[in-house]
Design a protein around this ligand. Structure first.
Ligand SMILES: Cc1cc2nc3c(=O)[nH]c(=O)nc-3n(C[C@H](O)[C@H](O)[C@H](O)COP(=O)(O)OP(=O)(O)OC[C@H]3O[C@@H](n4cnc5c(N)ncnc54)[C@H](O)[C@@H]3O)c2cc1C
Length: 260
């Protein structure tokens, strides 16, 4: 079974700061890590390999420093790693990012399963996984919390919903995005760390992909970030006390005063 796991390197902070001049994330001085949800995707990919045999390839699109994330993926059990990196990808929105990743996946040795995290902790859109499946024209199941059955042809999975979960059967190849309930990621083994140190990361540039140059980077991005800002901290709330009916009356008056 050929399994591809898409990982994104993100800032190791929830305190994401924005450059007001460029409307982009300030990455300088912030340590980078594998997106937390992608650690669960890596673990699940390795577990599928352990159940069914095959190979796991970690894939990322990002700057050259993203090689560190790929080496970490190898230390956690991935067999190969591919870095898709080129200045021509700069300014990619989620559409262009998923187009580029799909083009890179077509260049690999075929695939049965693609795993992604539910969402990235910096961009937070949860669009890239579904975008890749759309560009590759394969089925997708999002928010997967359990892969109960899987073989070369089909998979049965549990998909988390607000009320509980759906049981979904799908033919392969298929793309899954996973939630943190799916497993407990393992720590890297000593053997894994040594393999990671020696590993050679395959690099793909725009010229290596059979991609439409107009669909890459800023030119290929139909969305534009017009404004991005950190919201003002909330002011303290006002406490209303008294009987339920008094509180309801006063609240209604306050709301009326706000609206009218
Ligand atoms: C107009 C515009 C311009 C932008 N310009 C830039 C820019 O110049 N530089 C920049 O860094 N960002 C830029 N971004 C942000 C960038 O588009 C997103 O960070 C990126 O598309 C991923 O989206 P996300 O973070 O919401 O990931 P999500 O969709 O939330 O991620 C879901 C999952 O998809 C996979 N995934 C996501 N991104 C990658 C990746 N790169 N490689 C492999 N797997 C991945 C992971 O499995 C992840 O868990 C721009 C966004 C817009 C809208």
């Amino acid at each position: 079974m050929n399994i591809i796991v898409c990982i994104k390197q993100v800032p190791n902070t929830t305190d994401v700061r924005i450059d007001p001049a460029t409307n982009t994330l300030i990455r300088d001085g912030v340590e980078s890590v594998i997106n937390p949800f992608d650690a669960y995707a890596i673990e699940e990919a390795v577990r599928i390999k352990e159940r069914c045999g095959g190979k796991v390839t970690a894939l990322t699109m990002g700057p050259l420093q993203a090689e560190t994330a790929l080496k970490e993926a190898i230390s956690l059990g991935c067999d190969d790693a591919v870095l898709v990196s080129d200045r021509r990808f700069a300014g990619s929105d989620t559409w262009a990012t998923s187009y580029t990743l799909a083009a890179a996946i077509r260049k690999l040795e075929g695939f049965d399963v693609i795993l992604c995290g539910k969402q990235a902790s910096d961009g937070d859109t949860a669009q890239v996984g579904p975008g890749i499946s759309a560009h590759l024209d394969i089925p997708q199941v999002t928010y997967v919390k359990k892969i109960s059955e899987i073989n070369e042809k089909t998979a049965k999975v549990e998909r988390m919903t607000e009320e509980g979960y759906d049981v979904v059967e799908t033919p392969l190849p298929c793309l899954f995005t996973v939630v943190k309930e799916i497993n407990t990621p393992r720590m890297p083994s000593m053997k894994g760390l040594m393999r990671a140190k020696a590993a050679k990361i395959t690099k793909l540039t725009a010229a290596d992909l059979d991609a439409d140059p107009a669909a890459l980077g800023l030119d290929g991005s139909p969305t534009r970030v017009v404004k991005i800002f950190t919201p003002e901290p909330r002011k303290g709330g006002e406490m209303i006390s008294g009987s339920a009916s008094d509180v309801a009356k006063e609240l209604a008056e306050l709301l009326k005063a706000e609206v009218i």
